[in-house]
Design a binder for this molecule. Sequence first.
Ligand code: ZN
Length: 119
Amino acid sequence: MLSALAPEFAAELAALLAARGEPILARSITTLPVVELCRCSDPRCASFYTVPRFAANWRWPQGGRLELDASAGTIRVDTAGGLIVSVEVLDRPQLATALQARDGIEFGLAGDDRLHRKD
Ligand SMILES: [Zn+2]
């Protein structure tokens, strides 16, 4: 879970969502899983999926995106059906290191950079 892998980032993310008027999403952070890391080649990237990517891509195509006012770097949350499905994070090297140190992350296909699609 994110709160175990990167507790400071998880706390910041929850606070940002609460400040944004999303208390339900904010509360979900305490149990938010890290299912799969983004496998783009951008060294600034620390993005991750919180549901299996096939579900993020195909089950809920009409999700929303929240851009949060991060203290550093960039944080965007993709939601669908009232759930967080992925978190795009750029320029947060501590988080990237924490996530990549985790064993058992299921890596997706390199080059699939859906998290950075152009809107
Ligand atoms: Zn990425």
